[in-house]
Design a protein around this ligand. Structure first.
Ligand SMILES: NC(=O)c1ccc[n+]([C@@H]2O[C@H](COP(=O)([O-])OP(=O)(O)OC[C@H]3O[C@@H](n4cnc5c(N)ncnc54)[C@H](OP(=O)(O)O)[C@@H]3O)[C@@H](O)[C@H]2O)c1
Length: 295
């Protein structure tokens, strides 16, 4: 039975991915700081500790590790945690690769919020990194992934906002709309790339099956905040009557973290499509239908 090890597998993406890989006949282990179940393997990347007994059985390594970027205010300390949880743990994983004697493929998670702030431009993987905090994190994170990729073939996926039925960003967007208090944010014209969780899991299997190498933007589409809010309200059958939430209020409440909802980014998914991947969910309606249509 082929075996996949998911570092950071206890989170949103890891939970879905585990089911996808198990459905495909894989044995799945998760690297976690809090092992509580069968199939969990302990590690503490800060202290550079890892239980090594299963490492020689791993065929595929997927690295999803990272402190959540949206859950807490970006103080200097939090920013350092966001960065080091990704970079230091990936360095540690790279140092453990020689013990994974059966390893054939690696996937490193990264973020699509790595480009310059140039509204209107559609960014491709060939464009340079931006200079804001998230772009700097991604640059260092991807440099750390390269330390693994020097030792084993694989790919880096620049993941966009993941849409899933439960949890994640959609849960936060749904809440005010479901209460009848929804409205677009800022001008509402800012664009955000997104991907359906199933497509992201399919994409990871596709990368593995096709031995993809390189860096790929992972998004099903780009939509404005207004479009996303309107579509969501339509599928939830809730009215939208309030004026837009002014950007300055968001900046006041969220601080620098407000760029997560106010930044304007469009990215291209041509490279992964040209590699042969086809998205099952390429419009917001198809995404929301899969979540909300009564069967
Ligand atoms: N969800 C999205 O919309 C999205 C979009 C773009 C990129 N990404 C990236 O994709 C990756 C997975 O996303 P996700 O939504 O599944 O994240 P998540 O639900 O927050 O889970 C991340 C996992 O990383 C581990 N982790 C967190 N802080 C850590 C630390 N300091 N040291 C070691 N491990 C730590 C946790 O595992 P344990 O607590 O079990 O150790 C956790 O289960 C993240 O790196 C994220 O930045 C996500």
């Amino acid at each position: 039975m082929p075996t996949v090890l998911i570092a950071g597998g206890s989170g949103l993406i890891g939970g879905h991915l585990t089911r996808h890989f198990k459905d495909r006949g894989f044995r799945v282990y998760k690297l976690t700081r809090n092992p509580s179940k069968h199939g969990h393997i302990f590690w503490d990347p800060q202290a550079e500790k890892m239980s090594t007994s299963k490492l020689d059985k791993i065929d595929v390594l997927i690295n999803l590790v990272g402190e959540n970027i949206g859950s807490k205010r970006w103080t200097t300390r939090r920013k350092a945690q966001i960065l080091s949880s990704r970079v230091q743990s990936t360095h540690f994983l790279a140092s453990m690769i020689p013990q994974m004697t059966n390893l054939k493929y690696y996937i490193g998670a990264s973020g699509v919020n790595c480009y310059e702030n140039l509204p209107g431009k559609v960014f491709t993987e060939d464009d340079v990194y931006g200079t804001d905090f998230l772009a700097t994190v991604v640059k260092e994170w991807e440099a750390a992934h390269q330390l693994v990729l020097k030792q084993v073939p694989g790919s880096i996926l620049r993941i966009s906002m993941v849409l899933s039925r439960h949890g994640g960003s959609l849960h936060l967007m749904k809440l005010p709309i479901a209460l009848g208090l929804g409205s677009p944010i800022g001008t509402g014209e800012q664009t955000n790339p997104w991907i359906h969780i199933d497509d992201l899991c399919r994409l990871m299997l596709f990368a593995l099956d096709n031995n993809l190498q390189g860096t790929f933007n992972a998004l099903g589409g780009n939509d404005t905040n207004t479009e996303m809010t309107k579509r969501l309200a339509k599928w939830l059958k809730r009215p939208l009557f309030l004026p837009n939430v002014p950007a300055f209020i968001l900046r006041l409440i969220l601080g620098e973290r407000s760029i997560l909802v106010l930044s304007d980014l469009r990215a291209s998914n041509q490279k992964i499509k040209q590699a042969g991947f086809s998205f099952k969910y390429a419009s917001l309606d198809s995404v929301f239908k899969s979540f909300f249509k009564k069967r």
